[in-house]
Design a protein around this ligand. Structure first.
Ligand code: AHR
Length: 510
């Protein structure tokens, strides 16, 4: 349970919400109850997605073993170190839309002998296949993460899909495992998740859900290793996709996906990642909150077909989608990443925490240089985006138990949009520590949160003067979390949130 009461501050009501002093801060009350609001927050809701798209792999995370850029088995070392710090729980690969045009056989064997193909989905550039199964699994092992392989249901046979899984996981002496050994890998890899197609309603084959359901059943039958079978679900707000898939193929899947992108304006005019005004800020945050409505609608349908909640919901593509950076290849989906993107990430995390009964995985799109990236690279230079810092701030929530809360917050109003000024999420981690995360959506007013339990709050905050604050290669540390502390007075423990901020603190009792 999470109760949110949205009142309205007098300042907002009078339309006088300009820069205010701490004394004028919005008054927010947060009560944290000891009862869990649902099962634990799976670490995998902090999951990732790497696609053969633009500079996501080549010229991004992958530089190759011969590169002068320091690397581990071809993967850039600085990126590996940064990703280890945020305990990456799972990576989905190789697409996205790319997955349904990918032949896994192109990516095995001696690199020099691998075929060059056109990446027809993303710009028609050459796909060298230098990164294939072995290289991706190197990345998985370097990060100590789980692999989520996206299989091709759109343009290959069930036999080809089944054989890929067998190639990766078989311990036998038969030919596919023997071929893997000849290619340099003796022990089978651990493949926990396997996607049966991607966006089958769109780039994955433009299928009717009825046809897709039959195809899913057929393809899933030939996945003989014990994997979590992930069915492709809705991504366009069409409930019938989930409904028909659950009704006709529910028994043949362990999870179904939901894709949700936050577009600040319209799909044909998304808007720039930087240089936006307060109206666009509010519109973006309103759109970001829409992810929860899609989770709720999808969950309701799943509940009808699967009341025991055997099938999980994986939000395996989510994030901000802006217009491409001027001067970049539009097919590469490169965009800058600002404080606004981090706010969207934090609000999405809270939505995942509120629906742990179904949402067991989520994968932001994407890890490096594509869409809402955590990492941007330029030659040897690399920077960590505000979204990376949001993942870092929320580390204590991986595996923690979400708690019920009662939140009393004023409204934030802008350009005809009304949103709760503050959004919150509380959880207890496996060591019994109590954590609270607070997002102040209002870009102008600070907020004072009272009613918190404990004697001391200690943690970090991400905030900035400008709504579009971001890191650049010549100023890579401009925006990063800063320490924050508060002690209880005789009136109890309260915490001040700067305007447009994300705060994550541990609440300590002496
Ligand atoms: O993440 C970019 C693309 O968005 C993915 O390839 C596709 O699945 C979605 O439409």
């Amino acid at each position: 349970m999470s109760i949110v009461r949205t009142g309205m501050s007098l300042l907002c009501a009078l339309g006088l919400a300009t820069t205010v002093s701490a004394a004028d801060a919005l008054n927010v009350r947060l009560r944290i109850l000891e009862q869990p609001s649902g099962p634990k927050i799976e670490a995998t809701v902090y999951g990732h997605f790497v696609e053969h798209l633009g500079r996501g792999v080549y010229d991004g995370l992958w530089v190759g073993p011969e590169s002068p850029i320091p690397n581990l088995k071809g993967w850039r070392r600085d990126a590996i170190e940064a990703l280890r710090r945020i305990r990456v729980p799972v990576i989905r690969w190789p697409g996205g839309c790319f997955a349904d045009d990918y032949d896994w056989r192109d990516g095995i064997g001696p690199p020099a002998a691998r075929p060059q193909r056109l990446n027809k989905v993303w710009g028609g550039v050459i796909e060298s296949n230098r990164v294939g199964t072995h290289e991706f699994m190197d990345l998985v092992e370097l990060l100590g993460t789980e692999a989520y392989i996206a299989g091709n249901m759109g343009s290959m046979t069930p036999r080809a899909m089944g054989q890929w899984l067998e190639y990766m996981t078989s311990a036998s002496s038969f030919s596919l495992a023997a071929e893997r050994r000849r290619n340099g890998r003796d022990a089978p890899w651990r493949i926990k998740y396997f996607g049966v197609g991607n966006e089958s309603w769109g780039c994955g084959g433009h299928m009717r859900p009825e046809f897709q359901a039959d195809l899913h059943r057929q393809f899933a039958t030939f996945l003989h290793a014990p994997v979590v079978r992930v069915a492709s679900g809705d991504g366009e707000g069409r409930d019938e996709v989930t409904d028909i898939m659950m009704a006709r193929a529910g028994k043949h899947m362990d999870a179904i996906t939901l894709h949700y992108y936050t577009v600040p304006h319209r799909w044909d005019d998304k808007g720039r990642a930087t240089g936006f005004d307060a109206a666009r800020w509010a519109k973006t945050l309103e759109a970001a909150r829409g992810i929860e409505a899609r989770i709720v609608a999808t969950t309701r349908i799943m509940d009808r077909h699967d009341p025991e909640r055997r099938v999980a919901l994986y939000v395996d593509e989510w994030g901000m989608w802006h217009d491409p950076e001027p001067g970049s290849n539009p097919a590469f989906l490169e965009q800058q990443n600002t404080l606004r993107d981090a706010m969207v990430a934090a609000l999405s995390f809270h939505a995942f925490h509120r629906h742990t009964e179904r949402v067991k995985m989520a994968n932001i799109a994407q890890l490096a240089n594509v869409l809402q990236a955590l990492i941007l690279t330029e030659g040897p230079r690399m920077l960590l985006t505000p979204t990376y810092h949001a993942f870092d701030l929320y580390l204590p929530f991986q595996g923690a138990t979400p708690l019920q809360i009662e939140l009393d917050t004023p409204a934030y109003r802008e350009a005809g949009i009304t949103l709760p000024a503050v959004d919150a999420s509380a959880a207890r981690d496996a060591d019994g520590r109590l954590w609270v995360a607070l997002v102040n959506l209002d870009p102008r007013q600070s907020a004072r949160v009272s009613g918190l339990p404990g004697r001391r709050a200690q943690g970090r905050v991400l905030s900035a003067e400008a709504m579009d604050a971001h890191n650049r290669f010549d100023a890579p540390q401009q925006l990063r979390p800063q320490p924050v502390q508060a002690r209880a007075t005789e009136r109890g423990l309260s915490l001040d949130l700067p305007p447009k901020s994300i705060t994550v603190v541990q609440l300590e009792s002496p």
